[in-house]
Write a protein that binds this ligand. Structure first.
Ligand SMILES: [Zn+2]
Length: 254
């Protein structure tokens, strides 16, 4: 059993490393998605196999490129760890029929965490374009929601944030959220239904507010006043899927 878990952790660390590369290439136009080998974004040297070991390589090199000594983002080991923490429980918490759908769902959210934290961008490839997959999975019983709930979840996700954005714009004359956030919540809704969509938004807002409050208290804000909302929505959605049975039971008892 321990060997199986260790093998799963190792596999997921490598998957996290792949998600890192995919996230980086999705928002940096200068590196095509089909480039086979990873390169240092600063000196463009092809990274050697020994420097591609998840987490360990980053620690050994103390977060710097072996050739040019340029700093390597701490997001690399964080995303690799996050991949293990969020995906490994899927195989122990859910019946096998839901594994594929939740594996894709969490992987897409992890990519969003990285791209939004790094560049304030959420790729359509891991939000808007995956909405039909939520509908298909729910239709095939590969998700614990009906296809109607998947459709309603996606619609609610988009409209909730559209109205929030519209009201914010009308009151302040400023754009509050990016289109990426709207598509992201629609994607979350297509995999979790209306209740999941609404609670992901609620939890995401709570997480975001807590971090915002800490930033105000400490006076530290690495995003110069702005706060990417995607990572909080993603963490809200992940919290929801692992507690949905409890939440649904709670709501049905009210
Ligand atoms: Zn370099």
């Amino acid at each position: 059993m321990i060997i199986i878990i260790l093998a799963q952790i190792l596999g997921l660390l490598c998957w996290g490393s792949f998600l890192n590369q995919l996230a980086y290439r999705l928002v940096h136009d200068n590196i095509p998605l089909n480039t086979a080998r990873s390169t240092c974004p600063h000196c463009l040297t092809i990274i050697q196999i020994r420097d591609l070991i998840p987490i360990l390589s980053w620690l050994i090199l103390w977060g710097h490129c072996r050739q040019c000594k340029h700093p390597i983002s701490i997001l690399y080991p964080i995303i690799e760890l996050l991949t293990v923490i969020t995906i490994l429980p899927i195989f122990y918490f859910f019946p096998a029929q839901y594994w594929l759908a939740y594996f894709i769902f969490c992987s897409a959210l992890i990519i969003t965490v990285r791209t939004d934290l790094e560049t304030f961008l959420i790729s359509n490839l891991v939000s808007l374009y995956l909405i039909p997959l939520g509908l298909i999975f729910s239709f095939l019983n590969l998700l614990p929601i009906t296809i109607l709930n998947s459709f309603l979840g996606a619609s609610l996700g988009y409209s909730l944030l559209w109205f929030t954005n519209f009201s914010f714009l009308a009151c302040t004359n400023k754009q509050g959220l990016g289109t990426g956030d709207l598509f992201l919540l629609a994607f979350i809704g297509s995999f979790t239904g209306p209740l999941g969509c609404w609670l992901s938004l609620l939890l995401g807002s709570v997480y975001g507010s807590c971090v915002g409050l800490i930033q105000i208290i400490t006076g530290y804000n690495q995003f110069s006043g702005k706060l990417p909302f995607g990572p909080y929505l993603a963490l809200g959605a992940i919290t929801y899927i692992y507690n949905q049975d409890l939440i649904i039971k709670l709501f049905s008892s009210i």
